[in-house]
Design a protein around this ligand. Structure first.
Ligand code: NAP
Length: 227
């Protein structure tokens, strides 16, 4: 065990798994089988397992570990700055109190939503789990356009990041939908309409939906493989 101002860290499962009430599984999905083998002899039915692994189903965690109490979650990267969004769902053996306890823990990284079943965990992988990368993709494309127009690296970054931040804040404070805000900002024959028309002509909306479904499908595929 090594000391950390916020929490204790351990270098072996034997030292921590036995004394834990709740065990978070945060290895890559392809390491799950190996982890299950190591963990199975160390845990018992009273312990609660919370998985962050994309695609790995509740049933395969129960089978792999020989336990019943499993909560499956799909977090996202902004958890690093306290702005994450995590979806979660639970096996029927998890009690209401345990669920509230885990929700309180998840909420320390941002917000969380309970979803009805695992299909929505895979679906939220396509929206919020992988979603930050779609935003970075859009940001990078806009920064590349700004650089091409002659802005410095720093000015491009400031223009793009403030545009995203301001737009999200406006969306959060507005009663309008995203489409409503688009319609409001894009006057007929204006500059914004020219950009939005160009996006529509190139089917960007459909392509983004296709990308989200690619992540969703991949999460389902990972689950079927059991890793
Ligand atoms: N990153 C995201 O935005 C995101 C979003 C949603 C869900 N997730 C899910 O969160 C999980 C973690 O993702 P990540 O990006 O944090 O991965 P990561 O950076 O690769 O971290 C995985 C950690 O697991 C450790 N590990 C691997 N095998 C182990 C074993 N047998 N016993 C103990 N520890 C082991 C690794 O240690 P070593 O480095 O020593 O190998 C590493 O510290 C994944 O299942 C992913 O699907 C991530």
């Amino acid at each position: 065990m090594s000391e950390n101002p916020d929490f204790d860290t351990y270098s072996s499962l034997q030292d921590c798994a036995l004394i834990a009430d709740i065990i978070f599984l945060a290895v890559k999905p392809y390491h799950s089988e190996e982890l299950f083998e190591e963990l199975k002899p160390l845990i018992n039915q009273e312990q609660l397992i919370v998985s962050l692994m994309a695609g790995v189903t509740i049933a395969s965690i129960q089978d792999g570990l020989g336990i019943k109490k499993v909560i499956r979650t799909m977090p996202n990267l902004p958890a690093k700055v306290g702005k994450g969004i995590t979806s979660y769902t639970e096996a029927k053996e998890v009690s209401r109190v345990e669920l509230i306890m885990v929700r309180n823990l998840l909420d320390t990284t941002g917000e969380s939503i309970r979803v009805e079943n695992e299909n929505f965990i895979d679906a939220s992988t396509g929206i919020s789990g992988s979603g930050p990368a779609y935003v970075f993709y859009f940001m990078q494309s806009m920064m590349d356009a700004a650089l091409k127009m002659g802005f410095s690296e720093n000015d491009s970054k400031v223009l793009v990041s403030n545009t995203f931040e301001g737009a999200v804040e406006l969306f959060n404070q507005s009663s309008l939908t995203a489409q409503g805000l688009m319609d409001k900002v894009a006057s007929k024959g204006g500059t914004t309409r020219a950009a939005l028309d160009s996006m529509d002509d190139n089917n960007i909306k459909e392509l983004i939906q296709e990308a989200a479904y690619a992540a969703f499908d991949r999460a389902v595929e990972l689950g079927k493989k059991g890793n």
